[in-house]
Ligand binder design. Structure first.
Ligand code: ATP
Ligand code: MG
Length: 411
């Protein structure tokens, strides 16, 4: 296994100080699957204070120290170095009540969730739990008795689904049975922890298959999941990004429930508004004309528009309906981001109109809006002189009362 220099250096420093250390978890699993690991976790028999002593010449952070993790920065890389540990008494199902530091690797591996997540490496692969065989068979299998492990920490139920969806693995039958048997325990898990795993699951390659097979499990924390999911799951793989995928699951849910669902699951405000935007505009027709698209951009960003078009397309195709959205998409991609599509980009403001003698009030906004339409349609240049001149000619101020003419020429 080819390790980054920083990781090799960390292992070497720990060993030179007389401790044992291995790379474990996602990095080894991903390496064996031919993927580039995101992060490298190191486990060691050194106690946290001892780890800090070994790395006293490096910048370290203590945020995870209660759980035995010291974060060390080596060559600008951030490494988490965790003391071998086991956990007892998962009473509140949220946090392990007591972290017990251990001196041998086996005890540490025994507290890990799945066999494929407990393969270690230091000069050679160390596989004490049959992780390699399960990797080859593409199986997610709990370490030990799955029901016991899920009762210790029910989040593992959702993690099993997440890894299956992301890695395109199946869940071993004993683990699968325990998932269904213990699924209600997911109610006890905090929304923050659910959020992280559920979001990763949704973005997984085989998310549709996993969601279909385990819908009853997901409904424990997501009762809003529509009963009939065929269309949602057909559209889902065509969508990139969390907001689109969340929205695709909620199409067909009771109207108005999406916001509450996403808030409960602790999604951030901007994610929620993206999802609500997609749901609200799913059936809105956007014609393949630049001026139509431009008007849409009066209210939304062009990235939102592209996302919406992709969303509409995925559903229309899932329903087997024809559409001309590719044409709209092509036009939308041509849209010049420097061009004016919003009132705030218009070369004149309410103040200019007041100065011309128009009375204060809602009429000002209407006039500006009409000017903006003309600019978007390409009939007027977005230049102050041209816009004010046009107004003066076609809708001159009429004293105290605001008269709004139809500004559009040839009508
Ligand atoms: P990713 O690539 O998503 O980071 P990962 O396997 O590194 O995958 P993490 O959530 O970062 O997953 O966890 C790191 C390791 O810690 C896991 O591989 C697993 O061995 C162990 N682990 C994490 N969460 C749990 C848990 N809830 N129960 C038991 N072991 C866990
Ligand atoms: Mg990780």
């Amino acid at each position: 296994m080819k390790l980054p220099k920083a990781v090799k250096r960390a292992l070497k420093l720990l060993e030179e100080a007389g401790y044992e250390a291995v790379v474990v978890g996602g990095a080894v699993r991903d390496y064996l699957l031919g993927k580039t690991p995101n992060d490298y976790d190191i486990s060691t028999n050194a106690r946290p204070e001892e780890v800090k002593e070994v790395f006293k010449n490096f910048h370290t952070l203590d945020i995870g120290i209660k759980h035995g993790t010291v974060t060390v920065f080596i060559d600008r890389r951030q490494l988490e170095i965790t003391t071998y540990r086991s956990e007892r008494d998962y009473e509140d199902f949220r946090h392990p009540k007591e972290v017990v530091f251990e001196t041998d690797l086996d005890a540490d591996l025994g507290r890990r969730d799945f066999t494929v997540n407990a393969i270690c490496y230091n000069r050679r692969i160390i596989d004490k739990v049959g992780g390699i065989a399960d990797l080859q068979a593409k199986l997610i299998r709990a370490i030990g008795d799955p029901s016991v492990r899920f009762r210790e920490d029910p989040l593992r139920i959702l993690r099993a689904l997440r890894f299956a969806a992301v890695l395109n693995f199946r869940i071993e039958s004993g683990t699968r049975d325990a998932i269904f048997k213990e699924k209600e325990l997911l109610r006890k898990v905090s929304s923050e922890r659910i959020n992280l795993e559920f979001s990763k699951l949704l973005l997984g390659e085989t998310a549709p298959e996993i969601i279909e097979e385990y819908a009853a499990v997901l409904r424990v924390f997501l009762p809003e999941l529509p009963e009939e999911l065929a269309l949602n799951l057909k559209a889902l793989p065509k969508l990139d990004g969390l907001a689109s995928r969340l929205a695709s699951l909620l199409v067909g849910a009771e109207p108005g429930v999406a916001e509450g669902t996403l808030k409960r699951l602790k999604y951030p405000k901007n994610k929620i508004s993206q999802v609500l935007f997609l749901l609200a505009n799913k059936d809105r027709e956007i014609k393949p004309e630049l001026s139509e698209i431009g008007k849409f951009l009066k209210d939304f960003e062009s990235a939102d528009l592209l996302c919406l078009l992709g969303f509409q397309k995925a559903f229309l195709e899932a329903e087997g309906r024809s559409h001309n959205l590719d044409e709209v998409l092509k036009l939308a991609k041509q849209i010049d981001p420097g061009k004016c599509y919003r009132l705030k980009d218009l070369a004149v403001s309410g103040r200019d109109l007041l100065a011309m003698g128009y009375p204060e009030g809602a009429g000002i906004r209407i006039l500006l809006d009409k000017l903006l339409d003309l600019v978007i349609e390409g009939r007027l240049k977005n230049e102050k002189e041209e816009l004010l001149g046009y107004l003066e000619k076609n809708n001159p101020p009429a004293g105290k009362c605001m008269i709004v003419n139809d500004l559009r020429p040839n009508k």
